[in-house]
Design a protein around this ligand. Structure first.
Ligand code: UDX
Length: 437
């Protein structure tokens, strides 16, 4: 098989399919990315992935190429894993990369081929790509497009790919797609992962619906946290109490700075845009509110920071712990932490940032912040500390020892993960989103 597109999703998928015993070629138009992966170097931070990559290159189950002709000759199963970013100036998804793959690959295919789409796409895309493929396919060859959405989380990408909690395959044909999927995913299926076979449109929608639900759940608790702050309640025990009801469930009820990353924000926007195109925009107008609640948390955090200095941040030394969109990731795309750090800086604060993995990426987007070499260096002489990404390193900070580093022990817990009593006992004045302390 080939995996076309070796970004976060594709590089992980290629390495993990090889780990499952398949012979895999990773393909990308980016020469630097391919050269790095071929050397066994993962160009982003993902725990466990470098070892899987190295092991499978050494076992000669995994190779890389930039050549579509080579890819077409190599396999009859092709995974499509290129990005579908938000279009500039619009909420819609940019499908140019997926379309480019079809245009480049399909004319070179011979015999019978199956393309498994993994990218997150607006509903209807797979049928459109099948129409494109039918136009482009060489005489005597055949191509069937099926949709096989990916649900991996950054930070758990290897585990989520090798033992996913479900495998969804959508197809429009009558061929043996299910048999091919069963062969590819034989190992997780033998371990009990359910396989759900459906039509193309349903498979495409499963992915965006799942992400829209997760985003909604986070914004729900963040909306409740706005009320908690005003009413003098505490969102942390509240979330615990409602989460015990297994119809609700405790996961994704973490109130705080909200969601970011390369998936949830863009996926809910593309879902709204697609609903509008389909004439059903009312069905998803609530996602606008989900987005707005999420963005308001960042503003609220900046307002809390201003209030900590009586209204003005001018010249104040603020330390922001974390700039990745979540822990165990170096991804800063739409990161709430980096957004807060940037806003504080634009409001006149002297912002010092430390993140165990995210700083190289953050420097490219926000070069004007002061990136410290360590948490200790970032904290030294701070007048306000904001916990913005809940890395374990920050959760493990000792309140008394940290108080000794700063010039004023004032803390905002933007992720509601710290032991407030311990920090208060360590001499800190503590504020948190959704909690009246
Ligand atoms: C998400 C989906 O989980 C995954 O299934 C999909 O394939 C891609 O999008 P990911 O972007 O890696 O994965 O991050 P996830 O772990 O879902 O977290 C998303 C964001 O929500 C993060 O910014 C996180 O900090 C935030 N979050 C999560 C909360 O604010 N509160 C929570 O309770 C949980």
């Amino acid at each position: 098989m080939t995996v076309i597109g070796t970004g976060y999703l594709g590089a992980t998928h290629a390495a993990c399919m090889a780990e499952l015993g398949h012979t895999v070629m990773g393909v990308d138009v980016d020469k630097h990315k391919i050269a790095s992966l071929a050397r066994g170097e993962v160009p982003f931070f993902e725990p466990g992935l470098p070892a899987v990559l190295e092991r499978n290159i050494a076992a000669q189950r995994l190779s890389f190429s930039t050549d579509y002709a080579e890819a077409a000759a190599f396999a009859s199963v092709h995974f499509l894993a290129v990005g579908t970013p938000q279009k500039r100036g619009s909420y819609a998804a940019d499908l140019s990369h997926v379309e480019d793959v079809i245009t480049e690959l399909v004319p070179q295919l011979r015999g019978k081929n199956t393309i498994f789409g993994k990218s997150t796409v607006p509903v209807g895309t797979a049928a459109h790509l099948q129409d494109m493929a039918n136009e482009l396919v060489a005489p005597g060859a055949s191509v069937e497009i099926v949709w096989n959405p990916e649900f991996l989380r950054e930070g758990f990408a290897v585990k989520d790919t090798i033992s996913p909690d479900r495998i969804v395959v959508g197809h429009a044909g009558t061929t043996d797609v299910e048999a091919i999927a069963r062969e590819i995913y034989a190992q997780p299926l033998s371990q009990g992962t359910p396989l759900l076979v459906c039509d193309l449109q349903t498979a495409e929608l499963v992915k965006v619906a799942a992400n829209a639900f997760l985003a909604t759940k986070i914004s729900f608790i963040n909306a409740v946290s706005e009320i908690c702050e005003i009413a003098g309640a505490d969102v942390v025990p509240l979330a615990k109490a409602i989460g015990i009801d297994d119809r609700i469930g405790s996961k994704f009820l973490g109130a705080g700075l909200g969601f970011g990353g390369g998936c949830l924000p863009k996926d809910i926007r593309a879902f709204m845009a697609r609903a509008g195109e389909l004439g059903a925009d009312q069905a998803l107008t609530f996602l606008r509110e989900v987005d707005a609640i999420n963005m308001r948390r960042r503003d609220r955090c900046v307002d809390m920071a201003k209030a900590a200095f009586g209204g003005s941040l001018l010249g104040r030394r603020v330390t922001v712990l974390g700039c990745a969109f979540k822990p165990n990731s170096d991804d800063v795309r739409d990161s709430p932490a980096l957004s807060v750090a940037g806003s504080l800086s634009l409001a006149g604060a002297a912002v010092s940032v430390y993140d165990p993995q995210g700083m190289d990426n953050a420097k490219k987007i926000f070069p004007t912040l002061d990136y410290a070499e360590s948490a200790r260096a970032a904290l030294t002489e701070a007048e306000l500390v904001i916990l913005a990404t809940e890395w374990q390193e920050f959760r493990d900070l000792d309140p008394a020892a940290t108080a000794a580093l700063v010039s004023r022990p004032y803390l905002i817990d933007g992720r509601n993960v710290l032991d407030i009593d311990a920090w208060q006992a360590g001499g800190w004045q503590v504020k948190a989103l959704g909690r009246s302390l």
